[in-house]
Structures are given as C-alpha cells and as structure tokens.
Design a protein around this ligand. Structure first.
Ligand code: SF4
Length: 88
C-alpha cells in the first residue's frame, strides 16, 4: 500500500477474524445483518470507491467497511449521493 500514515495504518488494518468477531458481537446485541449477496455487493462497491482508505476504512465516517456493510440499517455515507442504502 502506498502513502500510508504510519500513525493510522496500524489501527485501520485488522484481520478478517477480528471483523468477524465485531460482527458477531453486533448480532448478539440484536443488530440485523444483510444477506451474503447484499454484503458482497456493498463490499464490491466500496472496493471500487475512491473514498476507501487502507483497503479497510471509509474516509467519510471512519468505519471499517467490512463491518459497516454487514449491518442492514446502515447506508453509505458518501456526501449527497450514497453508493448503497439501508435494507430494513
Ligand atoms: S463512501 Fe460509501 S462506497 Fe465509498 S468506501 Fe465509504 S461506504 Fe464504501
């Protein structure tokens, strides 16, 4: 990866296992998650978005997209033109 901020990069690059644990915690708290097909479509959009930083984090809300995209009530925070929307 190019142009990584050393101070930030260690905190925004986490393993898939850690993200899975965070998602499991959200489910245990009663959060509704999306189907795998919706999840993969959201991640596909994020992967091609210029706002994705470090391959993990959205620059508009600072959230890990692998977590954010899994939650049904969440939508893309892209200003004025969300690239994906909530599924509730
Ligand atoms: S702006 Fe939307 S599409 Fe782009 S990285 Fe953030 S959540 Fe994903």
């Amino acid at each position: 990866m190019k142009n990584l901020c050393k101070g930030c990069s260690e905190s925004v690059i986490i393993s898939n296992d850690v993200v899975d644990e965070i998602i499991l915690g959200a489910v245990e708290l009663g959060k509704t998650i999306v189907s795998n097909s919706i999840y993969e479509e959201r991640l596909r959009i994020c992967d091609s978005c210029p706002s994705l930083q470090y391959g993990t984090t959205c620059k508009h809300n600072g959230v890990f997209v692998r977590y954010h995209a899994k939650l049904a009530a969440r939508s893309c925070p892209y200003p004025h033109d969300p690239k994906w929307r909530e599924h509730v």
